[in-house]
Write a protein that binds this ligand. Structure first.
Ligand code: ADP
Ligand code: MG
Length: 249
């Protein structure tokens, strides 16, 4: 059975159908990428799976659990993480503190930390924080105020905040957007570590086709809310509908 499966996933915003009956299945340990032009519904797909948006129709199953109607933090507690937007970084806290806050929040379901349980789990959180700092290559900046980090480091800190919830499946929405080539390379290496060393399943939305075709096990293609193709990079490259809609013929 697939780790994640959607059936007929549909999201309408008023008269606009942002997702139209999307069926996808993701196997454990895979790196899948979702591609499609701006406005295709990529972020909406992530948001409906992770509980930010409620689907209009359709099902989402993760490891046998029906996710529809669950709160985002409940879905995160099941092991579904996402790399958050910069808005989730607390700029006056250090890099380390940002990860710790996210770890505590993950364990306790909210930012209202239960101080009795906190003492029990403090060492776990420390150990996890150190692992994460090393993986995202921010260990040398652990004590730096998050707000003062350069752009690429901030984006990797967002990934770190996503990792703090200890996910088995991680969604990343355009993690390299706006990055320099060096920052992009670090992010690609990071994704590689998540798969190879952390044994994670990764669901990537990425606009850089060189990266997508290079690192993905399988690729899903959305066009105007519809899944028009799915397959290996080689299959997608040759897919007539994808070439026409997205790769420019
Ligand atoms: P992508 O991530 O592929 O660029 P989105 O999922 O962000 O596309 O958007 C898909 C479509 O849904 C777009 O037409 C967008 O304007 C619309 N949309 C996304 N979120 C909302 C929302 N919260 N309310 C209304 N329309 C939305
Ligand atoms: Mg988007």
């Amino acid at each position: 059975m697939a780790l994640l499966e959607t059936r007929g996933l549909t999201k309408r915003f008023g008269g606009l159908t942002a997702l139209d009956g999307v069926d996808i299945a993701v196997e454990e340990g895979e790196l899948v990428s979702l591609i499609g032009p701006n406005g295709a519904g990529k972020s909406t797909l992530i948001n409906t799976i992770t509980g930010r948006l409620e689907p209009t129709e359709g099902d989402v199953h993760y490891a046998g659990t029906d996710l529809v109607g669950m709160e985002p933090f409940e879905i995160a507690q099941l092991g579904v993480g996402r790399s958050f937007q910069t808005a989730s970084i607390l700029p006056e806290l250090t890099v380390r503190e940002n990860i710790q806050v996210a770890s505590f929040a993950a364990e306790h379901g909210s930012f209202r930390v239960n101080f009795l349980r906190r003492r029990d789990s403090f060492e776990d959180v420390q150990a996890r924080t150190n692992d994460i700092l090393e993986t995202i290559e921010l260990d040398s900046k652990a004590g730096v105020e998050a707000g003062s980090l350069p752009y690429g480091d901030k984006r990797r800190l967002e990934v770190a905040i996503g990792l703090a919830t200890d996910p088995d499946l991680l969604f990343m929405d355009e993690p390299t957007a706006g990055m320099s080539p060096t920052e992009t390379e670090m992010t690609v290496n990071l994704i590689d570590d998540l798969l190879e060393e952390w044994g994670m399943t990764v669901f990537l939305v990425e606009h850089d086709m060189d990266i997508v075709f290079d690192i993905s096990d399988r690729i899903f293609t959305l066009h105007q809310g519809e899944l028009i193709a799915k397959g290996t990079p080689a299959e997608i490259r040759e897919h007539p509908a994808v070439r026409e809609a997205y790769l420019g013929g």
